[in-house]
Write a protein that binds this ligand. Structure first.
Ligand code: ZN
Length: 163
């Protein structure tokens, strides 16, 4: 266990139980829970929500105390239902993440992210010389323990390198 620090921001809170920040619940959209602490920004960027003009509200709460993870990030996206394929892309960054699809203020679906043994059309090969970067072809990777191997150049990468 990491030592408890007194946070200079906000009020003091009990060390047990939850300490909710003032983030409103969303009635329709997606809540991505259990993101590895510090990776919420990357998930946000990967979903393409860090630029442009999103329609709804977006809340990213970082370093939320978590019983299972120590700390986690939570992302709430109003008005967007994240698709399963995109959910699997999140697995590249944070394999423990869980999505809650919210409809009419209720959780209509829970989606654990899942990195399949064979990943197609998700991620980009980090090898600049790989043919998948010069031709318009769908990328493909197969899982080798903790790495993913590019179907085209056969190099091994960490999942996070693909996003
Ligand atoms: Zn490659």
């Amino acid at each position: 266990m990491a030592g408890k620090k007194t946070s200079p921001r906000g009020k003091s809170a009990p060390s047990n139980g939850r300490k909710p920040l003032l983030v409103e619940k969303i009635s329709d959209g997606t809540v991505i829970d259990r993101i590895d602490a510090g990776k919420g920004w990357r998930v946000l960027a990967m979903l393409g929500l860090n630029s442009g003009a999103p329609q709804g509200r977006i809340a990213l709460v970082v370093n939320v105390p978590s019983r299972h993870m120590g700390k986690k990030d939570i992302l709430k996206i109003e008005g967007v239902y994240v698709e399963p394929k995109m959910a699997n892309k999140i697995a590249l960054i944070s394999p423990q993440a869980r999505l809650n699809i919210i409809k009419g203020s209720k959780v209509s679906k829970k989606l654990d992210v899942f990195l399949p043994d064979n990943v197609a059309g998700i991620g980009k090969c980090p090898n600049p010389k790989c043919i998948s970067n010069s031709e318009k072809i769908e990328t493909g990777f197969s899982r080798r323990d903790h790495h993913l191997r590019c179907r085209f150049c056969e190099r091994l990468f960490n999942a996070e390198e693909l996003v």
